[in-house]
Design a protein around this ligand. Structure first.
Ligand code: 5RP
Length: 239
């Protein structure tokens, strides 16, 4: 018996998320390889007659959605987004996420915040007890970015994180430029014992555009596993 690869598990989670999509809905389309499985599968349904409108979270997601034949609108062009399906770099069972491995977390967060529901899809390597092994992406403006990065590292220490190593994505010679014309600093925390405290500290730093901690935005996880999918939902009565 062959074991499903990480990509097989991502695809299984993405296909399960299709069950959540209803005709007529406005659907936020995430970025990354897991979300790409979802976008392609949703495109097949559209070609088979499903009527939905997609709202892409990045230039890459938009390109993919156009190729898949999904009709698109911008966030500002729709009254609300019914549901957003997006990937994640890490998630815990309190629905806190690290996102931004694809440097799209600013737009992803704007789309998630405009959505009635956000569901994260992933393979099971991403479901963790404590966030922070994946370096936290922080989008920053180019002006004085070294100073901003020092403040970010200090915020990690003050928030009790296990590490505070920070690097510019792409390096000084060829820094990655986001869809918004900014830079990304990756903050290696090792562990983030208090994600809410770190999120608040990072948001308070001038020069930080947006960090990749998603807190209070996601309401469910679909996790591809060796044997199928695990669905993680809030308790029925909120208790
Ligand atoms: C992009 C993201 C992605 O959703 C995240 O990096 C997961 O990517 P993948 O599905 O390729 O593992 O946050 O900014």
């Amino acid at each position: 018996m062959t074991h499903p690869t990480a990509d097989d598990r991502k695809r299984a989670a993405a296909l399960k998320a299709l069950d959540l999509i209803q005709p007529g809905q406005i659907v936020g389309l995430g970025t990354g390889s897991t979300a790409a499985h979802f976008v392609r599968a949703l495109g097949e349904k559209v070609r088979a007659g499903l009527r939905i409108t997609g709202v892409p979270t990045s230039a890459a997601a938009e390109t993919l959605a156009v190729e898949a034949g999904i009709p698109l609108a911008g966030v500002d062009d729709v009254p609300h987004i019914d549901i957003t399906i997006d990937g994640a770099d890490e998630a815990d069972r309190a629905f806190r996420l690290i996102k931004g491995g694809g440097a799209a977390h600013l737009r992803e967060k704007i789309v998630a915040a405009a959505s009635r529901r956000m569901i994260a899809i992933m393979d099971d390597s991403k479901l963790v007890a404590c966030l922070g092994a994946f370096p936290l992406p922080v989008e920053i403006v180019p002006f004085a970015h070294r100073t901003t990065m020092r403040h970010i590292a200090a915020a990690a220490v003050a928030s009790g994180c296990g590490g505070n190593f920070i690097r510019l994505r792409g390096g000084d010679a060829h820094p990655l430029i986001t869809d918004n014309g900014n830079l990304v600093a990756d903050l290696d925390c090792q562990s983030i014992p208090d994600p809410e405290a770190l999120a608040a500290a990072l948001s308070a730093i001038p020069g930080v555009v947006e960090h990749g901690l998603f807190i209070g935005l996601c309401s469910g996880l679909i996790v591809g596993t060796e044997t199928g999918v695990e669905i993680v939902e809030p308790p029925a009565h909120g208790g």
